[in-house]
Design a protein around this ligand. Sequence first.
Ligand code: AMP
Length: 453
Amino acid sequence: MLFTSLGLSDPILKAITETGYTKPTPIQAKAIPLVLEGRDVLAAAQTGTGKTAGFTLPLLERMVQSHKETGTHKGKPRRHVRALILTPTRELAAQILENVEMYAKYLPYKATVVFGGVNINRHIATLKEGVEILVATPGRLLDLASQKHVDLSRVEVLVLDEADRMLDMGFIHDMKKVVKLIPKKRQTLLFSATFSKEIKTLASGFQTNPALVEVAAQNKTADRIAQLVHPVDKKKKKDLLVKLIKDGQWKQVLVFTRTKHGANKLCEHLEQHGIQSAAIHGNKSQGARTKALAGFKENRIRVLVATDIAARGIDIDMLPHVVNFELPNVPEDYVHRIGRTGRAGREGEAVSLVCVDENDFLRGIERLISQKIPKEVVVGFEVDPSIAAEPINQGGGRGRRGGGQSRSHNSSRGSSSRGSNDRKRSEGGENKSSNSRNRSRSRSRNRSSSSDS
Ligand code: AMP
């Protein structure tokens, strides 16, 4: 199939040609016609498979078509928010805007992004000028809406990217508030790599008779990603990581830790061993986060140490290595984390350093992905059998509840049957505008490290 057979207008086709894409990816081939028909769509596609274009291209086409129908294409289109795209993290929101701007290059629409952690006045000024496409994280959007700086009453299409996260505990209340601000009659598109049963049920409340699109079995990892577990004692993980990076001459590595504090400590350790690193997590200023991600993408930083804030959606071209320095306590997050490599049909390697405390997490992950991950002991890093497993503290933060550590987990830790809904959130509500601080404080208590507002 070719893009030309999908019924997209010339300005959109021209922009696609300039990106160098030759044919639609499977998710695009399936989703684009359905979105063009005006259907609500619930799409499950492995991460890195071109989801963003899967919803953006037809969304733009529908905007073009409705302009033609109303005749407004003849004059200067009146700017009001017609498409609202919501994402859980600021980095993903920024990335989606880049994509939207690229695909809408030859169209008259204006797009912008709003998210927390940056001066709200900038957003207010841009919104005042008017935009048709708004990409946002929910907290900042609600702040702007409550201050009447954005009118969502004429939104035609709502897109939730990383929809399972947008509908889980950390965001569901904000989602309900957003939905009250937009028309009931709208098109709703939900895209994610993972969907639990509970989230699918919740999603039905947001959509009308959605078309289901699945391009690969859900909750699956891409075959192109070689996965490996190195069993190792907790105390030796840092040194093992240094060895793996140095011996393997890894040039660009994304390392996930469970906690912000852990990310900082690991970063320091790597730096001490001459490995240029930066950390990215919710306690960092937005400026530092943006700078670290940009430096990493441009290969100026060899190792980016991140909490789950970077697990979802972030597209790093040709990223060869992902390391789970600690396993996530929510199995779905493993799928998202390792999906940062092996994108757009490329190969990738995902290595997990697993200590005895994390064996339950590993079992939960293997159950979710229906796959045993091969294990390989590294010489010199053999596990000491006398070390007994210790429970991992609530929030994964070694007791720093609300101190910015990732998630709480309960007695069912590691169980793949646990839905996302019982997770607690603790990160992301920082840097709010002053009149919403109290609200954000209570929200932030319920956020995870992979959620922003
Ligand atoms: P996404 O899943 O939207 O983050 O996209 C993953 C990567 O695939 C991005 O780098 C896109 O630029 C790229 N991509 C999207 N659509 C296509 C396509 N039709 N052909 C080749 N690459 C694509």
